[in-house]
Design a protein around this ligand. Structure first.
Ligand SMILES: Cc1ncc(COP(=O)(O)O)c(C=O)c1O
Length: 411
C-alpha cells in the first residue's frame, strides 16, 4: 500500500467514526433473555463458563426503529389477535431486494415462511418424495443434512474443494457427474456459503443453474447471508443469473441474520417459475404455513425501511473484528489460519497447523481457552480440525477470546 492510499484509508476511517450513529462496542448482558447462545452451554459443551461464540446471532442491539415499532404495537394496544400481512410489509421486502441485490419479484412471487430451515423443510416435503436424492456441498450448514435425512430423503454430497485463499470452490464436474448418474431431485445451495462465508461467483452460479435445468433438478437457494456482504463483495441471488436459474430456483431469504432478529422467525420465499410456485404456494397456504407472527412482520418492515445505515455500520464493525483476528492469528497464533470471509459474521478457523487431532482442537478451545465455538466437523468431514467463530460481538469480547486462546496455546 502506498503512503497516499494509507492516508486516504485513515481519512475514511476518521470520517466513518465521526458519522457513526450506532454503538457496536456496547457489551449487553443477555442472561435471562431466553438466549440460546448462553442457556444451552452446559448441555452442549459440558460447562457454562465459556465465552459464547457459536450460534449465528449477533450480540449487538438491533437498530432502534425495530424496537420502537415493536414496543409501539405491543405496549400501545392491548389486543394481540389474529394477524394479517399488509401491503407495506410486502413492499418493504420487494424494495429492499430490488435496491440492494437487484432481485426483482412481485407480490405474487413471494410468500412468508417462519424461518429458512422451515422453508427448506417445506420445499423438501413438497418437491421430493421419500428416498429421493438431494445434493448438498459440504462443509455446509449442518441442518441441511438433518432435514434431508429426517424426512427420509437421501443426502448426496458433492464436497467443496479447498482453494488457495483458504476458502472453497465448487466441484462443477462432480456436480455434473452426480446429476447425470444419481438423478437427484434437488440441490440445496448455500449462497453465500456458510461456513467460510463464500460469495459464489456469477459464472459458477450460472453453470450450476445450467446443469440443474438440463437434469431437472430444483435448486433450493438459502440466501440468509445475502445482505451481509463484506469488503465490497456483491451478493448474487441465484434466481437472477439466467432464465434457467429463474426456472428451477426456490429462494429463501430473511432479515433475521441481517438485522439480528432471528428469534422473531421472519423469512420469505420467492419462486419465479409459476409451474413450481403456484402448487407450492397453494399447499403452503392451505396448510396455513405462511401465517406470520405479528412481531415478525412489524420488525421486518421496520428493518427493511429504516435499517440501512445500521447495517452498513454493522458490516464495517464486523470487518474491523475480522481484520483484528486475521492479524492476531498471523502474529500470535501461527498454528491457526483465520480465513477472511466474503460475507457473514462467521469465521472459519483452520487449525490443522496446530498438529492436533480434531478432538484435541475442540478440547483446546472449550476446556483450556474456555471458548464455545462450533466445531468444524458438524459441517461435514472436511471441517475436521476447523472451528467456526462468530465475530458478531463487541471487539472487547473478541480481544478477550484471542487472549484466552493465546494463553491456552502457551500453556
Ligand atoms: C446458512 C444458514 N441458513 C439458515 C440458518 C437458520 O435460519 P432460520 O433460523 O431462519 O431457520 C442459518 C443459521 O445459522 C444459516 O447459517
Amino acid at each position: 500500500m502506498t503512503k497516499s492510499t494509507t492516508f486516504a484509508t485513515f481519512l475514511i476511517e476518521i470520517f466513518t467514526l465521526i458519522m457513526a450513529k450506532y454503538n457496536f462496542d456496547l457489551c449487553i448482558d443477555r442472561h435471562g433473555t431466553q438466549c440460546k447462545k448462553i442457556e444451552v452451554l452446559k448441555q452442549d459443551y459440558g460447562r457454562d463458563d465459556l465465552l459464547p461464540l457459536w450460534i449465528a446471532d449477533m450480540d449487538f442491539a438491533v437498530c432502534p426503529e425495530i424496537t420502537q415499532a415493536l414496543v409501539r404495537r405491543l405496549a400501545d394496544h392491548p389486543i394481540y389477535g389474529y394477524t394479517c400481512t399488509y401491503d407495506a410489509y410486502w413492499q418493504s421486502i420487494i424494495d429492499w431486494q430490488r435496491r440492494r441485490n437487484g432481485f426483482d419479484f412481485t407480490r405474487d412471487e413471494v410468500t412468508f415462511v417462519a424461518g429458512i430451515v422451515t422453508g427448506l423443510g417445506l420445499a423438501v416435503n413438497f418437491f421430493t418424495r421419500p428416498d429421493d436424492k438431494i445434493v448438498i456441498q459440504q462443509p455446509v450448514y449442518h441442518p441441511f443434512k438433518d432435514v434431508i435425512a429426517g424426512n427420509g430423503r437421501v443426502m448426496v454430497d458433492n464436497p467443496l474443494l479447498p482453494d488457495q485463499a483458504g476458502l472453497y470452490r465448487m466441484d462443477l464436474e462432480g456436480l455434473e457427474r452426480i446429476f447425470e448418474h444419481e438423478h437427484p431431485r434437488m440441490l440445496v445451495l448455500c449462497n453465500p456459503h456458510n461456513p467460510a462465508g463464500i460469495a459464489w461467483p456469477v459464472d459458477v452460479l450460472r453453470q450450476v443453474a445450467r446443469l440443474a435445468h438440463k437434469h431437472g433438478v430444483i435448486i433450493f437457494s438459502d440466501e440468509i447471508f445475502g445482505d451481509l456482504m463484506l469488503y465490497g463483495h456483491k451478493h448474487t441471488p441465484m434466481a437472477t443469473v439466467s432464465d434457467e436459474a429463474a426456472a428451477v430456483t426456490v429462494t429463501c431469504g430473511a432479515p433475521s441474520k441481517t438485522f439480528n432478529i432471528a428469534g422473531l422467525k421472519s423469512s420469505w420465499c420467492v419462486v419465479k417459475n409459476p409451474e413450481l410456485r403456484q402448487p407450492f404456494f397453494r399447499w403452503i397456504e392451505t396448510n396455513e404455513l405462511c401465517n406470520a407472527n405479528m412481531t415478525s412482520i412489524i420488525a421486518t418492515e421496520a428493518a427493511y425501511r429504516h435499517g440501512e445505515q445500521w447495517l452498513d455500520e454493522c458490516l464495517h464493525y464486523i470487518e474491523g473484528n475480522i481484520d483484528l483476528i486475521v492479524q492476531y492469528c498471523r502474529q500470535h497464533l501461527p498454528g491457526i489460519v483465520a480465513v477472511k470471509p466474503q460475507a457473514g459474521f462467521l469465521m472459519w478457523l483452520d487449525c490443522t497447523g496446530l498438529g492436533l487431532e480434531h478432538e484435541q482442537v475442540v478440547d483446546l478451545f472449550v476446556n483450556q481457552a474456555r471458548l464455545a465455538l462450533n466445531e468444524g466437523s458438524m459441517f461435514g468431514p472436511a471441517g475436521r480440525c476447523h472451528m467456526r467463530l462468530n465475530v458478531g460481538t463487541p471487539r472487547a469480547v473478541i480481544q478477550q477470546a484471542l487472549q484466552r486462546l493465546h494463553a491456552a496455546l502457551g500453556s
